[in-house]
Design a binder for this molecule. Structure first.
Ligand SMILES: C[S@@+](CC[C@H](N)C(=O)[O-])C[C@H]1O[C@@H](n2cnc3c(N)ncnc32)[C@H](O)[C@@H]1O
Length: 195
């Protein structure tokens, strides 16, 4: 596992702009979350092919990771989180040969251009000090036509409105493909255009 870059020092906690701390990871695995964020529904919205190569950025303890891994039996799922403890928990929860994990920063992804068919980032963007830079990185590591899925919940102090997401994503070549949900939050899929 890689070590996060030295400049990845952050403020950890539950408030706005703070990184959700690994010692509160249990809160992200509350079974009641099935009502709001059923993993199977998120995976349906991303709709990966069995051989797709996926990146999940900020998986936390892996609420969605197991379902994502199950959909790419002939591909792979890469997990990248700022906190090594989160990567360890997500790897253990996914418990699959197709999953690998790395500690690192979304704003400086340690992957080559065009490496992934899809990137998922759920409840993460608002915790990143420069979400535009992270979106640029997501676009860079996606192949042309690749998809970015984001999930935002209104009660999250780091909620990013859909309009703001689309405005930030357009300059890096990520364009709206589909959107689900409105009242409590939303899932958005954006597609990377050809450069
Ligand atoms: C609120 S949790 C969401 C976890 C998971 N995606 C979910 O929906 O349950 C946010 C996660 O993003 C990670 N994170 C925050 N900033 C990050 C960054 N710059 N790079 C990578 N991961 C980051 C945190 O460590 C945490 O695990």
């Amino acid at each position: 596992m890689h070590t996060p870059p030295a400049d990845a020092a952050r403020d950890f906690g539950l408030g706005r702009g703070r990184v959700y701390p690994a010692d509160r990871a249990g809160g992200l695995l509350n079974p009641l979350r099935r009502l709001l964020h059923p993993p199977a529904r998120l995976v349906r919205r991303l709709d990966p092919a069995p051989s797709d190569v996926l990146l999940e950025v900020g998986p936390g303890p892996g609420w969605f990771s197991r379902a994502l891994a199950a959909r790419v039996p002939d591909g792979s799922l890469h997990l990248l989180d700022l906190q090594e403890q989160m990567v360890t928990m997500a790897l253990s929860r996914a418990s699959s040969d197709v999953v690998v994990g790395t500690a690192g920063d979304a704003a400086a992804l340690p992957f080559a251009d065009g490496s992934f068919d899809a990137v998922a980032a759920t409840a993460v963007l608002g915790e990143i000090p420069d979400p535009r830079a992270a979106l640029g990185e997501f676009a860079r590591v996606l192949r042309p036509g690749g998809r970015l899925l984001t999930l935002e919940t209104r009660t999250d102090p780091d909620f990013i409105a859909h309009r703001r997401l689309v405005t930030m994503a357009a300059p890096v070549g990520l364009h709206p493909h589909s959107r689900h949900g409105r009242l409590l939050g939303y899932t958005a899929v954006l597609r990377r255009g050809a450069r």
